[in-house]
Design a protein. Sequence first.
Length: 86
Amino acid sequence: MSDDSGLWLLAAGPAGATALYWALYRFYRNTDKSHSFEHETEIDAKPVTGSDRRVDSISGTQEKRIRGDNVYEYRKRVARVSSGDD
């Protein structure tokens, strides 16, 4: 009798894992069906608009906290949103 009959079981593990990995990769990535955005989409670029207006400047401050913070006022930070049906 030959002991080669159980070898297929040892080969089935890595082969099955490889097949499962490839099937899941193809299912979730579906690279053959995906939209090639860079090549199939036309984008009309427009010039950037905006301004560099200076709002406020604080220099040389020694304060350890920011004025007006609400770190310890958690009821003001985490307020319930009313739905209007109340």
